[in-house]
Design a protein around this ligand. Structure first.
Ligand code: BV8
Length: 241
């Protein structure tokens, strides 16, 4: 949909917005070739449920299997680049007083697109840490131990059942509180506590704009629910900024 048509009232709202927050999920990376979390499983991994593998229990039960899954995802992500959606948010940030990206994604593509203010709620798949929290470099994290405390190494992501990184949710809540426009881009709005952020914005009376090819649990509550792809709609929205 080249040159998507943005309604005048939405374009005016964007033009007047000074402090923007973009809440992003796996859908913004889909056009970069990163399968969304729910369809990430192809080939060998089709038999596994990501919500089962992305847990401390799975890692405790079979660390080698979990590492194989993360190595497969790391190799996939190493071969992709930011798309026009990521780039549009980075461009928009240069034109607003502030634009903070609060992402559920662990692929680092917002940083790669030049986005300066990014809150990674669920960590970053390319980083490795030990089970005691020490971030380390490791060529073979499946086999190596922490160079600082000797503990087992794991990907520096937040698994289901684990708390978000210290201060990340608070920083995201503060950004939403200070925003005059909130975007919810490419997320099924199912995973908590990230999914509570757009709901909190709606409750606080902030204008929320959702971008998703399909409806989500918040589609009926937001100011604008745009049915479309992030890579096509975000550039058109950024042109209004
Ligand atoms: C916690 C990192 C507490 C790992 C991930 C309340 C109620 C119910 C359950 C809970 C609750 N509170 C907590 C829970 C449990 C759980 C949870 O939410 N479960 C869900 C399934 C019900 N939450 C947690 O466990 C969280 N921790 O709350 O801890 C605590 C507190 C103190 C002390 C101890 C514990 C931690 C959750 C984080 C899990 N880690 N990722 C890894 O990646 O390996 S989650 C992972 O899945 C992703 O990071 C992402 O967040 C999530 C997938 O969600 P989406 O990003 O939305 O992706 P999805 O595939 O679902 O949707 C893609 C969307 O894009 C779709 O809508 C699609 O239509 C759209 N799309 C497709 N193409 C495009 C597009 N949109 C635009 N353009 C396109 N081209």
């Amino acid at each position: 949909m080249p040159g998507a048509v943005i309604p005048d009232d939405l374009c005016d709202l964007i033009g007047a917005a000074r402090r923007v927050v973009a809440l992003t999920g796996a859908g913004i990376s889909a056009e970069s070739g990163v399968p969304t979390f729910r369809d990430a499983q192809t080939g060998l991994w089709a038999q596994y449920d990501p919500a089962e593998l992305a847990t401390p229990e799975a890692f405790a039960r079979d660390p080698a299997l979990v590492w194989r899954w993360y190595r497969w995802r790391r190799e996939l992500i190493a071969g992709v680049a930011p798309n026009s959606g990521h780039r549009a948010l980075a461009r928009w940030a240069a034109r607003a007083e502030s634009l903070v990206v609060v992402t559920q994604n662990v692929d680092g593509l917002h940083h790669q697109a030049g986005q300066e203010q990014v809150i990674e709620l669920h960590g970053n798949i390319t980083r490795t840490r030990c089970v005691n929290g020490h971030v380390v470099e490791a060529a073979e994290p499946e086999r190596e131990r922490c160079s600082r405390c000797g503990a087992r190494l794991r990907p520096d992501v937040v698994w289901f059942g684990e708390a978000l990184p210290e201060g990340a949710l608070e920083a995201a809540e503060r950004a939403v509180r200070e925003a005059d426009l909130v975007l919810s881009v490419g997320t099924s709005s199912l995973v908590q506590p990230a999914a509570s952020l757009p709901v909190w914005a709606i409750t606080a009376g902030k204008p929320v704009v959702e971008i998703n090819p399909v409806a989500t649990p918040i589609s009926g509550q937001v100011r604008f629910s745009l049915r479309g792809k992030a890579g096509e709609l975000l550039p058109a929205l950024a042109d209004c900024a």
